[in-house]
Write a protein that binds this ligand. Structure first.
Ligand code: SF4
Ligand code: SF4
Length: 452
């Protein structure tokens, strides 16, 4: 097992409603996470002979026995309690309940968001407060679940916090979407206020985990006030992607060195505490509207099928790693054109959920997930998807490209010097394009989703 693998914590996330959590599919998932022996044995048996020496590698088969419960916005507090109770009693899991920022109540939340932080254009609908659990509900829910957990000998804690429901007024999502969900810098301050309020009421006895606008600058602050685990989320959607996580740990190390803290408990003791941090964060311009108003720069050019500014941002900002680069051989060019750049970009449809984040950060217009060649990992998916794109396969000494271009389907099969073409093309252009992509992607010097 890789060094440190055994110190990785796997926490399940289940949500939605009690009916969903009780469903056979979710229960089977939970059972598999609690006891993965059958899966591990099945996968061991599938290791090919050249990897046989790893068949006996020790592997943790109790992958997880904790769950973070993230219910829908508007889930009634009684149902949250019933789900948590069920997961503890019936599944024997330690439970963390993730709570909503609306717990602050409309007066405090709007004062913070609009007056202290300056997000006057962000509107939180009254229904968000009416539907969500209120502070008094949560106080009694926490008491009930704390007692239940103690009687069963399982862990219980809370997490601050979920995203904030706001009216969709930013113009980015279609007008048909009535609400959107706020995260990032302003949520950090709201969530920290909830942490303070919770600590004021319950003290230090219950573990509190945190998610809300965490980046490398404030990660050490969250650790310093005793929050664990600390989730990084929105920040990973920026250029650098998951590589930005390293900065969090580096910064924590620097801050601990600065106060000569040898471990996290001593770092916590040497830090000013949650009340001081909440005051400082509320007044810190980095969380206020002016510092967070800018959108990524666009240069005004339309993204094309081939060539672009080659900034590579679409690779790191994709949370699913769905975009990839490929390099045609020197001198190779698509039909009716030349390439200005050797490094080209494509999208792997199997991993893309069309979230649009690469479009946000791409300096050109159009969206890499829509404008660049789209490849599928299976013929079934290519057939069922219906959008333009390609499926490439190597089998029985042949390389075959299934292509859908402007809605028309073509097939190109190359076996040595023999070439078969099918599909109603008026000229050879679709086949020339497919042949170029076949060689460029399959023979690209670095592994990608298609040639790997
Ligand atoms: S739209 Fe697709 S490729 Fe782009 S960031 Fe989202 S998942 Fe990744
Ligand atoms: S498609 Fe856009 S984001 Fe990706 S490398 Fe090209 S210019 Fe950069």
């Amino acid at each position: 097992m890789a060094k440190g693998f055994d110190s990785t914590l796997f926490d399940m996330s289940v949500g939605y409603d009690l009916k969903g959590v009780r469903s056979p599919r979710v229960r089977a998932f939970v059972a598999g996470m609690k006891d993965a022996r059958a899966v591990v044995e099945r996968l061991r048996a599938q290791l090919p002979p050249e990897a046989a020496r790893w068949r006996d590698l020790p592997f943790t088969t109790r992958v997880s026995d904790t769950v973070t419960l993230s219910t829908f916005h508007g889930c009634p507090p009684g149902e949250i309690a019933d789900i948590a109770d069920f997961l503890m009693s019936e599944e024997g899991l330690g439970v963390v309940v993730k709570l909503n920022p609306t717990l602050l109540g409309p007066t405090e939340l709007r004062a913070l968001l609009h007056d202290a932080l300056g997000y006057k254009d962000v509107v939180v609908p009254d229904e968000a407060f009416e539907k969500d659990a209120r502070w008094d509900d949560v106080v009694s829910l926490v008491g009930r679940l704390e007692r239940k957990a103690a009687s069963l000998g399982v862990g219980f804690g809370v997490k601050f916090c979920n995203t904030l429901v706001v009216e969709n007024r930013a113009g980015f999502l279609p007008a048909s979407e009535k609400t959107s969900y706020l995260s990032g810098a302003p949520l950090h301050v709201l969530a920290m206020h909830l942490v303070k309020r919770f600590r004021d009421r319950f003290g230090e006895k219950l573990p509190v985990s945190f998610s809300g606008g965490i980046d490398k600058t404030n990660f050490p602050d969250a650790v310093s006030v005793g929050l664990a685990p600390v989730t990084v989320c929105s920040d990973l959607l920026r250029p650098g992607g998951y590589g930005r996580l390293r900065g969090c740990l580096d910064e924590l190390g620097k801050r601990m060195d600065a106060v000569q803290a040898i471990d996290v408990p001593s770092f916590m003791r040497k830090s000013p505490g949650v009340a001081a941090y909440v005051s400082a964060a509320t007044a810190d311009p980095r969380y206020a509207r002016p510092k967070n108003a800018a959108v990524p720069r666009k240069v005004g050019s339309e993204l094309a099928f081939f060539d672009c500014l080659t900034c590579d941002k679409c690779l790191s900002v994709c949370p699913n790693g769905a975009n990839f680069a490929y390099e045609p051989a020197a001198g190779e060019a698509p039909p009716e054109g030349t390439l200005k750049k050797r490094r080209q970009f494509a999208n792997f449809a199997d991993f893309c959920n069309d979230c649009g984040n690469c479009d946000v950060f791409c300096p050109e217009d159009g969206g890499p997930q829509l404008r660049k060649p789209r490849f599928f990992g299976s013929l079934e998916l290519w057939k069922s998807d219906g959008r333009d794109g390609f499926f490439l396969e190597r089998a029985d000494g042949a390389e075959t490209v299934h292509g859908r271009i402007a809605g028309r389907e073509y097939r190109l099969r190359v076996t040595g010097a023999a070439v078969e073409r099918s599909g109603a093309a008026t000229d050879g252009a679709p086949f020339a394009l497919m042949d170029f992509l076949r060689k460029a992607v399959l023979d690209s010097p670095k592994a990608n989703y298609i040639n790997g």
